[in-house]
Design a protein around this ligand. Structure first.
Ligand code: OOG
Ligand code: NI
Length: 301
């Protein structure tokens, strides 16, 4: 089982690193300053929650690979919801770098399309409707680095962006890997402190998402996260090419749970640490692709 999972993850990472220069240079910087091994905390995808194109379309493969569905997270203001999936416990504490290391958690969100204006719904449903034949092949489009639907028009992209930047991102990027996340507490250097890591990245010219402050902290203080700002990358539309936000890279430090504080460093396993995600942190991390953070031109309504 893990071989096919790793091959799939590798096929997601290859186009992601090729397309997203900031993510790949941040990953290389961290890797070369922490003994050469970087472990991944989670991978994330965005979807349209309509016509079967939502969370399940990408989740099914992970479930078939032995992942387990965990908690639901809701974001009413953004009209989003998400689920996260845990890898089999046996693959949580594994030596090795990148996709050869521990299997990452999977975070999948979906846009609650039926809550949008009828204009935006119509735009989305036109593309998903014409792509229905590919409905069962979402993961294939991820690894092939292509959209399941035809290239959108610039006008449709911009119309969606005015109501939901998430919607516009998903129309232009489909099931591409939205981000992967470096497991900060498992780095082999002083960078395993996320504040030091954030300083280090910024001093090397990496721009971080400042929404709500650079460091996002869960109310229980156990989950600390930060992320880069997505690169603006040329994107092919049906009627031209414009630069749009692509993907970003995230950093997550999970602290040891109070019940396991007495364990020595050699006894500590990943499951002794704060697990899962946090709505308040995630709400800010979503902004890593927003025009406010990326500086992408957005037409006024
Ligand atoms: C996901 C944002 C949330 C996290 O780790 O909480 C997230 C997205 O931008 O699609 O990644
Ligand atoms: Ni994330």
């Amino acid at each position: 089982m893990p071989l096919i999972a790793r091959k799939f993850l590798r096929s997601l990472v290859t186009p992601y690193l090729k397309k997203n220069v900031t993510a790949s240079s941040a990953l290389e910087l961290v890797r070369s300053n922490s003994g050469g091994a970087v472990k991944f905390d989670h991978f994330a995808f965005r979807t349209f929650g309509v016509d079967g194109f939502g969370i399940d379309s990408i989740a099914q493969l992970f479930l078939d690979l032995g992942y387990e569905c965990r908690d639901e997270l809701r974001f009413p203001a953004k009209k989003l919801r998400a689920f996260w999936y845990a890898p089999p416990l046996d693959f949580l504490d594994i030596e090795g770098d990148g996709v050869d290391g521990p299997l990452p958690r999977i975070f999948i969100s979906e846009l609650l399309v039926n809550q949008l204006s009828s204009e935006s719904q119509e735009v989305i449903k036109t593309y998903t409707g014409r792509a229905r034949a590919l409905l069962k092949h979402a993961p294939l489009t991820s690894v092939l680095d292509c959209l399941p639907w035809e290239n959108p028009s610039v006008a449709d992209y911009e119309r969606l962006a005015q109501e939901s930047e998430y919607a516009a991102w998903t129309l232009a990027n489909g099931y591409a890997l939205n981000h992967l996340t470096i497991s900060v507490h498992r780095l082999n250097s002083e960078l395993k402190d996320i504040n030091k890591l954030n300083e280090f990245l910024q001093s090397n010219g990496i721009k971080l998402n400042k929404d709500g402050g650079i460091l996002k902290v869960s109310p229980d203080r156990g989950l600390l996260q930060s992320s880069t700002v997505a690169d603006l990358v040329p994107c092919t539309f049906s009627d031209g090419e414009i630069e749009t936000p692509a993907s970003y890279i995230e950093f997550a430090q999970r602290l040891v749970l109070p019940a396991f504080q007495n364990l020595g460093p050699d006894q500590l396993k990943e499951w002794h640490r704060r697990d899962g995600f946090e709505v308040g942190n995630a709400d800010k991390i979503f902004e890593s692709t927003s025009s406010l953070q990326t500086g992408a031109l957005k037409q006024s309504a």
